[in-house]
Ligand binder design. Sequence first.
Ligand code: ZN
Length: 281
Amino acid sequence: MKTCLAYKTMRKHHHIRPILALLAILACLGALAGLYAWRRFGRGLIPPPLPFIPTALPYALWPTPPAADGFDYPLLPAESYGPYVQGITGPLAVDTRYGAQNPAQGDRANCFRDAGGDSVPFSQLYHAGIDLFALDGAGQLAWGEAAHAPVHAVADGVVVATLNAGSEGHIVIIEHLLADASNGYSVYWHVDHVQVQPGQPVTRGQIVAVVKDMGLNSHLHWETRAFRDGSDLFPAGTAGAERCNGHEAGVGYTWDDDPARAHPDFYGYLDPIAFVEARRP
Ligand SMILES: [Zn+2]
């Protein structure tokens, strides 16, 4: 009976039929798009289970670490992870100002202020490390698949800080004694399930955390640098000396109103890949 009424209505309103046909076509297209999105990205939406993480041995706080005898990559195998920059995969240097990768996108405002008090857009910041995403067998980006990947200490050292950056995940900072008796630091950001505490010695390859599940954006931000805390790197009162990300000066992005001071050579950021390649065990 209802069907008949609908038929009568349709006969009465002939112009409805093309609209219904259009709706049916749209529904089909939507279903196809959904299927494509699921096949393309779906796996990235379901994080892999947490890896098995061995329990750390008993330790003494803040020991003098032995000189690190070699550096390795934080995500293994290294060829399964790589930087992602605005639609381009592969280890590319795209920040023409510093010869460094800069994934900062667009003019989104942030907490850095220039000398005139205006906010500095993200695209103008120096990105102080590389973002490692999972790659598939063909070297293409595998969105979201880095979630829960074990994050390894790149060398022997001592954990000097663990910080909670809220929705951005946790930050782990490890101090390394280098062969020339200077200190180097490795920084791991956007991690979760942190397995270490400040003062704890770690060995190369030890799992210190896992990559935080941030959906398709799951990645490890990895830095190597010559300083522990960036707060005193810039002259007081300049833009670079201000704490910007609210947790740790110098972590993630840096900027200064004097371009010469903002150059990584000035404030001790090191190219993580070049640093490791020069010190492979
Ligand atoms: Zn980053």
